[in-house]
Design a binder for this molecule. Structure first.
Ligand SMILES: NC(=O)N[C@@H](CC(=O)O)C(=O)O
Ligand SMILES: [Zn+2]
Ligand SMILES: [Zn+2]
Length: 345
């Protein structure tokens, strides 16, 4: 296959940041995605429906002229989010989900949940009104090895959570392990997962062999090849439980190329091209449309987009960098390298 035409895809896990950074990055996603689920880990985080409505307005104002890109908003769950906030969010029609960041697990998660027991009534309300919980699934205990944090989370947090709230809609975000892929595949239909392009394309060697490559450092961290193979299998299985979420996470060049670099891979500029490359590796380009464009809307109760995009097999080089906030640059994943799938313009 040398061309693939898809219903226009959506990105079900995206970081857009705010202000100047938002203006620098939003066009990359809007150029190829119809909609995106916008992560709420700003500083301060988006914890109320009122804040989500304001943030949505700033995103719409930052879009290139004529864009029809639609941001889908998310609330940041804290120990003190009241059940009434979930009702307000559901009634708004604008807020589509609530995000669980275990406190300290990732970028801007300091206001996250310290113990899910504090959130029981709020989560009960989410199950009642059908509001999905999006989960950064890693434990944060210092004694747990970083490569094991997702697998331990499934056993110690996710399974007990679903026992208490069996009807809760849950998205296991950016899954990275065989354990997570198998857990989701075997779970009931209300439990699904997003998978990033970088976790489908790379294992941890890419980050650590021949020099330390900070642009491949993200959370959850890249795992061994066995896990990448399990993710590829899940994404191309044809199951409606797995769908596209880039976790494109912009940080300036200086914040990444540092003695203590930030976690996050900036993949938005070539998102669908990177996924096509991964599906091509599996000879599964015929499965890309369901993963990228159909399974996400199905879970969120939305219609698929009505227009299409066409990918073609053609070499092109990603730019070395793009302009970012405060005069800094942002380095896309695979900067300067050649991709063999391109979006036809
Ligand atoms: N994925 C990352 O490595 N970073 C994300 C946060 C997140 O999604 O965990 C970010 O906001 O920078
Ligand atoms: Zn995360
Ligand atoms: Zn993320």
């Amino acid at each position: 296959m040398d061309t693939v035409t898809l219903t226009r895809p959506d990105d079900w896990h995206l970081h857009l940041r705010d202000d100047e950074a938002l203006k620098a990055v939003v066009g990359h996603t809007a150029a190829q995605m119809g909609r995106a689920i916008i992560m709420p880990n700003l500083t301060p985080p988006v914890t109320t429906t009122a804040q989500a409505l304001e943030y949505r307005q700033r995103i719409l104002a930052a879009l290139p002229a004529g864009s029809t890109f639609e941001p889908l908003m998310v609330l940041y769950l804290t120990d003190t989010t009241p059940p009434e906030e979930i009702e307000r969010a559901a009634q708004s029609g604008i807020v589509k989900a609530v995000k669980l960041y275990p406190a300290g697990a990732t970028t801007n998660s300091d206001s996250g949940v310290t113990d899910l027991a504090h959130c029981d009534a709020t989560i009960e309300m989410m199950a009642k009104v059908g509001m999905p919980l999006l989960v950064h699934g890693e434990v944060t205990h210092a004694e747990i090895d970083i490569f094991d944090r997702e697998a331990v989370f499934i056993e110690t947090v996710m399974k007990p959570l679903l026992e208490r709230h069996p009807a809760l809609k849950v998205v296991c975000e950016h899954i990275t392990t065989q354990q997570a892929a198998e857990f989701v595949a075997q779970a009931p239909d209300n439990v699904v997962a997003t998978i990033t392009a970088h976790h489908l394309l790379f294992n941890r060697n890419k980050m650590l062999v021949g020099g330390i490559r900070p642009h491949y450092y993200c959370l959850p961290i890249l795992k061994r090849e066995q896990h990448r193979q399990a993710l590829l299998k899940a994404a191309t299985s044809g199951s409606h439980k797995f769908f596209l979420g880039t976790d494109s996470a912009p940080h300036s060049q200086g914040a990444k190329e540092s003695s203590c670099g930030c976690a996050g891979a900036y993949t938005a500029p070539a998102a669908i091209e990177l996924y096509a490359t991964a599906f091509d590796e599996m000879n599964a380009l015929d499965k890309l449309e369901a993963f990228a464009s159909l399974n996400g809307p199905l879970f969120y109760g939305l219609s698929a987009n009505t227009d299409t995009i066409t990918l073609e097999r053609r070499d092109w080089a990603l730019p070395e960098s793009y302009p970012y906030a405060q005069g800094e640059k942002i380095i896309p994943l695979l900067a300067g390298e050649t991709l063999s799938w391109a979006v036809r313009s």
